[in-house]
Design a protein around this ligand. Structure first.
Ligand code: COA
Length: 278
């Protein structure tokens, strides 16, 4: 068995291989070619640093590496069910880590879904340490929450460029999925700056699709974290009554009750992990 750089494969082949590694996955996440392409673009996946594990022309698994400044990120890693527990995962991890080392990276990040013990064990074995717990949450459309909260004083709608400026000034380090680079690579982001009567302020940035709002993030500038989060989200959903909403990799912090009060339900959790190379 050997590992081959993923840029020798087409997106069609990578998509096919990826889907085969996930047939029995905890949370079903099948990809199509367009989505994998978009994923690689948004998250700065470098296919020359990513790899496919093969034996006698048979694909056994794959793993991808995102690269930003001095940071690398392992993603889309998987081994076909028939080939597991034979060292293929080890070989892919070793190849990705040495790619990050060759590129002189400071650290490698990744996430693992809570309860995925095989992967979690593997990452711990390779020296990755847990950093934060991340929440993936959804909100079904709810036409009854359409009333604008009475505490809102002013709402300012912002365009993509203005949203990026707000995002680049966040206080807490976001997870890779929500880093400013990821959002910069996403087209047509919007933001709403919300000021409340008591002087509290915050904003929400999001991507408004026809059926779904995605990449929803809230930042509280002043005031109670949960209250301001709820207010920002109520304003957002008042404007987008019919769309389903999804937020990924937010933190279990003082803002999370504000998401819940706005109708968000936890889908699952991920554990963020890091390995320092220097
Ligand atoms: C996680 C995964 C990639 C491991 O691949 P693999 O080829 O079976 O792994 P290996 O045989 O090389 O084992 C590597 C290490 O993983 C851990 N591991 C693998 N399978 C395990 C299991 N069933 N239970 C506990 N630990 C396990 C062990 O630490 C193992 O090291 P060891 O052999 O020294 O004990 C594979 O199970 C998989 O593709 N799962 C579905 C997709 C997935 O979860 N991807 C990761 C997303 S974050």
């Amino acid at each position: 068995m050997k590992t081959v750089p993923a840029n020798r494969y087409s997106f069609e082949q990578l998509t096919e291989a990826y889907n085969q590694t996930r047939v029995d996955y905890l949370v079903p996440m099948p990809m199509n070619v367009a989505r994998l392409r978009e994923y690689a673009h948004v998250y700065d996946v470098d296919l020359t640093a990513s790899c496919v594990a093969v034996e006698d022309n048979t694909t056994l698994g794959l793993g991808m590496l995102g690269v930003r400044d001095q940071r690398a990120w392992i993603t889309r890693l998987g081994v076909l069910p028939s080939g597991r527990r034979k060292g293929v995962g080890n070989a892919i991890m070793t190849a990705l880590i040495s790619q990050a080392e060759e590129r002189n990276m400071d650290e490698i990040w990744l996430e693992v879904i809570y309860g995925n013990d095989p992967a979690h064990n593997m990452f711990k074995k390779f020296g990755f340490q847990e950093t934060r717990e991340l929440i993936v949450a959804r909100r079904p459309p709810n036409l009854n929450t359409a009333i604008l909260p009475p505490t809102v004083k002013r709402i300012t709608a912002l365009d993509h460029e203005e949203a990026i400026i707000l995002l680049s000034h966040r206080k807490t380090r976001p997870n890779w999925l929500n880093e400013t680079e990821s959002l910069q690579n996403t087209r047509n982001l919007s933001a709403l700056l919300v000021e409340l009567n008591d002087g509290s302020r915050g904003w929400t940035a999001y991507h408004g699709g026809l059926l779904q709002l995605t990449r929803i993030l809230v930042e509280v500038i002043a005031g109670d974290p949960a209250d301001v989060t709820t207010a920002c989200l109520n304003v957002l959903h008042q404007r987008h009554k019919r769309q389903d909403a999804k937020t990924e990799n937010i933190f279990d912090d003082a803002q999370w009750p504000g998401y819940q009060r706005a109708g968000y339900l936890e889908s699952f959790r991920r554990i963020e992990m890091v390995k320092k190379l220097k």
